[in-house]
Design a protein around this ligand. Structure first.
Ligand SMILES: *Cc1c(COP(=O)(O)O)cnc(C)c1O
Length: 353
């Protein structure tokens, strides 16, 4: 690995007013792939700077682009950890396969990231609810207008100290079920963490905001009958005491927080079901007084309570619009494992040496 350090570090922002994804650290990791040079080149850590791209850069035209999101934490004693980094890079390789992009060695990626984190250690906030958000991303860089998989890629990792994902803290979010647009369908790219999925979901998201909702709850692309996910979060409901979450059908992103939640809940005696979840079932459960709670899972917000779901003009208020007991327990448990408050029984915490 080649390392080129900045001469002068940037002034750090006020760690009590970080927001999400607004500030970036002094360095980034770049890892180039070039088929004509035998594939992956030496990783480099360089000052955070602009890219220079050819206007014919293929991903700007045809969208071969994927990303990941994970977090690093620092405790009061200055110990730094990451949460499940290997799982993120494994998923990134799956996304790469789906988009015909180059795959890489997961261990090498984790090692490179660890090196970058060590260099940026002073950028990691340690207060409750704060962390260093890690954004690996990769895109095709070959300059060529014909349509074929790129022969060159750039995998980059940037870091951003973050506060709480939601400006209003753990306030329950309001979702509106989207019954016109779709985010993904089986056989499409819904399971890949690719840039285009987000572009495809923006319009519905903007329309939801105009109507006073925070985010869209997506249904399956074929029948628009089954709940899939929220677009940056997976979705779960507590129905009559059982935690129910849509099964992974190929159109739903395989969330690592979703997986962590299922494992932690099961290990602590909660009943969890992964299966098809009809939107009609949710409405009926609400009418019958059995929709106890609803929450989203995702790296950025970890566990996000849902207080309201609107479907076909009906506003369903969940648990009086307040965070429920299971949601609260889960939030405390997962963030507690991430921050070292609870034992790491699943081997998820990666110590940065
Ligand atoms: C990243 C993402 C999630 C959440 O995944 P985590 O691994 O838990 O962060 C859910 N849905 C979509 C579409 C995503 O891109």
């Amino acid at each position: 690995m080649k390392i080129e350090l900045v001469e002068n570090r940037k002034q750090k922002p006020d760690f009590s007013k970080l927001g999400f994804g607004k500030y970036f650290t002094d360095h980034m990791l770049v890892w180039e792939y070039d088929e004509s040079k035998g594939g992956w080149q030496e990783q480099r850590i360089i000052p955070y700077e602009n890219f220079t791209l050819d206007p014919a850069c293929c991903s700007l035209h045809y969208g071969q682009g994927i990303f990941e999101g994970l977090k690093a934490y620092k405790d009061e004693n200055g110990n730094v950890t990451m949460f499940r980094p290997r799982d993120n890079f494994k998923r990134m390789n799956k996304s790469a396969e789906r988009l015909c992009m180059a795959t890489f060695d997961v261990e090498e990626a984790v090692k490179g990231l660890e090196e970058l984190i060590k260099i940026e250690k002073e950028w990691i906030p340690s207060a409750e609810g704060t962390s260093l958000y890690i954004r690996p991303f990769m895109f095709g860089t070959e300059a060529f207008l014909g349509v074929h998989p790129s022969k060159k890629y750039l995998l980059t990792i940037i870091l951003s100290p973050v506060g709480s994902y939601y400006a209003n803290g753990l306030q329950p979010t309001k979702l509106i079920v989207e019954d016109h647009y779709t985010r993904a369908s089986v056989g499409g790219t819904g399971e890949a963490k690719c840039m285009g999925n987000y572009a495809a979901s923006l319009l519905a998201g903007e329309q939801a905001k105009k109507k006073g909702f925070d985010q869209v709850l997506w249904l399956d692309g074929e029948e628009k009958k089954y709940v899939t996910e929220v677009g940056a979060m997976n979705m779960a409901f507590v129905i009559d005491g059982t935690v129910v979450t849509p099964e992974l059908d190929g159109s739903i992103l395989r969330g690592i927080t979703r997986d962590s939640a299922i494992k932690v809940l099961k290990a602590n005696g909660y009943a969890v079901e992964e299966r098809k979840v009809g939107i009609d079932e949710i409405v009926k459960a609400a009418h019958d007084g059995k929709l106890d709670e609803a929450f989203g899972t995702g790296t950025a917000a970890v566990i996000s309570p849902v207080g309201e779901i609107s479907y076909k003009g009906e506003n369903i208020i969940i648990n009086g619009g307040k965070m429920g007991a299971v949601t609260k327990w889960l939030y405390d448990r997962i963030t507690g494992i991430q921050r070292g408050k609870y034992a790491d029984d699943f081997g998820w915490v990666y110590a940065v040496e």
